[in-house]
Design a protein around this ligand. Structure first.
Ligand code: ADP
Length: 160
């Protein structure tokens, strides 16, 4: 299959996302990692920071990093891509992802969502948990790529 869009907030990129990207690259010729911009939310990392962190952690030419606002299906149509890649961690993800995939299919019947699971080492990792643990001074080494770890440590460094 030629191209898929892997959308998400990536605030920040975790090893769970990376595992999905690596698996996705075995199935698709190219992946567009699409950062969802939500003007109503204040992310921990700016769009530019998120973009750069993903770019550094995924130097493969077959990975493109982009951003979009508004409906994912509109973005997919604009990019002329009809496959969306999403990850499933646990049963808890299923309900939301099921709703989302069906809503997207209703909005754009030609666009399919493909689900992949991460390796068992990564299934419990979420960006939100990583942000919370890092903000409280917990060690998130091994859960995020090294460049993200360094950025998190810089952001939450204790002021003397
Ligand atoms: P969102 O804010 O839309 O949930 P995320 O950036 O958190 O976006 O995640 C993007 C996609 O990657 C989602 O489909 C999510 O289920 C999946 N994902 C995130 N972390 C993991 C993980 N550790 N294992 C598998 N899938 C994951």
């Amino acid at each position: 299959m030629p191209v898929a869009i892997y959308p998400g907030s990536f605030d920040p990129l975790t090893n769970g996302h990376l595992s999905l990207i690596q698996r996705g690259l075995q199935m698709f010729d190219r992946l567009i990692v699409a950062i969802a911009v939500n003007p109503k939310k204040t992310p921990l990392f700016t769009l530019e920071e998120r973009r750069e962190l993903i770019r550094e952690a995924c130097p493969e030419e077959r990975v493109e990093v982009d951003a979009f606002q508004g409906l994912l299906v509109d973005y997919a149509k604009q990019r002329r891509v009809n496959v969306l890649l999403r990850g499933l961690r646990a049963v808890s993800d299923f309900e939301y992802e099921f709703q989302l995939a069906n809503m997207n299919r209703k909005l754009a019947p030609g666009i399919e969502t493909v689900f992949m699971m991460t390796g068992e080492d990564y299934f419990y990792i979420s960006s939100q948990l990583v942000r919370e643990v890092a903000s409280l001074g917990g060690d998130v080494a091994g859960l995020v790529p090294d460049n993200v770890l360094a950025k998190l440590q810089a952001k939450f460094a204790r002021k003397p």
